[in-house]
Write a protein that binds this ligand. Structure first.
Ligand SMILES: C[S@@+](CC[C@H](N)C(=O)[O-])C[C@H]1O[C@@H](n2cnc3c(N)ncnc32)[C@H](O)[C@@H]1O
Length: 280
């Protein structure tokens, strides 16, 4: 009977990849027994209570059905912070850390006290990673999803960054006042084309569609953000946006058409152009 099984047996019997099974079991141990992650290994003779065992089985079944680990454990590490995530927000991706690094480099060059706008903040990933790493920065974060903003505000509180970030609800620049001006604009908008088969695969099936696709050619949100950027940037201000691996040229062309200069394509760790930047 499974109630008699040790943690080691539960892991051995699981059909999940062992790394995933260990993460989920560690979550159960943390929630039910306040044990650290290492207990999965160090206390592998332990037997779970009926409640904890039921939770393990539920999580295992959901993961086997494809639900993302981050939603099952309710958190995801990003840059130098940990964010709470739920199905109302995109799970922050490692590739978006490139946008954070570009932002921090600009902030350092400008001496720290820099105003920043994060458009489409989701869980608050970009805004909160920067607020955490650059304590003098003045950060505004927007989203058109009220659910996402609620999660982002919870994250700000949980990270002791409440008051460091202003949150605003609305579509792109409509969320802020017409004359609001920033040194830096960062955005990771929805850039997957409508009907792209990837939307039916892996984690994406469980994430909010409005965070993934523009329901058009993949460039609609990027164009809206880039075309109006100059109106909200200080002279020499920088805008940097994440885009799909095959959108670099199209995004750089949008920046040229918007009259931006010093346009650059930035490589991610996998050697692909995933961010474009330009200056007013
Ligand atoms: C790809 S997700 C990025 C979330 C977060 N910045 C990150 O990197 O993890 C895109 C975000 O843009 C938001 N969004 C979509 N359309 C928007 C619009 N018209 N105005 C503002 N935000 C929008 C979505 O709700 C979602 O949170």
């Amino acid at each position: 009977m499974s109630a008699d099984l040790s943690l080691r047996d539960l892991l051995r019997n699981s059909t999940l990849p062992q790394s995933e099974a260990r993460l989920l079991l560690a979550h159960v141990l943390e929630q039910h027994y306040q044990l650290p992650r290492s207990a999965v290994i160090s206390q592998d003779e332990m037997r779970l209570s009926a409640d904890a065992l039921a939770k393990w089985k539920e999580l295992e079944a959901k993961r086997l059905n494809g639900e993302p680990i981050a939603y099952l454990v309710g958190k995801k590490g990003f840059h130098n912070i940990e964010l709470q995530v739920a199905p109302g927000v995109l799970i922050p991706r490692p590739e978006t850390e490139l946008l954070v690094e570009i932002g921090l480099r600009e902030i350092n060059q400008l001496g720290g006290k820099v105003s920043l706008l994060d458009l489409g903040t989701g869980s608050g990933a970009i805004a909160l990673a920067i607020a955490s790493a650059a304590p003098d920065s003045l950060v505004t974060a927007t989203d058109q999803s009220a659910e996402a903003l609620t999660i982002a505000k919870t994250n700000a509180k949980y990270l002791n960054l409440e008051g460091r970030v202003q949150f605003a609800l609305g579509s792109w620049y409509d969320a802020i006042s017409e004359d609001a001006i920033f040194d830096l604009i960062l955005s990771n908008p929805p850039y997957i084309q409508k009907g792209d088969p990837h939307l039916q695969q892996g984690d994406l099936r469980f994430e909010p569609l409005g965070a993934l696709t523009d329901q058009a050619n993949g460039l609609r949100c990027l164009e809206a953000i880039i075309s109006s950027a100059s109106g909200h940037l200080n002279p020499h201000g920088l805008i940097a946006v994440e885009h799909g691996f095959d959108q670099s040229k199209a995004v750089m062309d949008l920046m040229k058409s918007a009259g931006l200069r010093d346009i650059e394509a930035h490589l991610d760790l996998a050697g692909r152009h995933r961010v474009a930047s330009g200056r007013k």
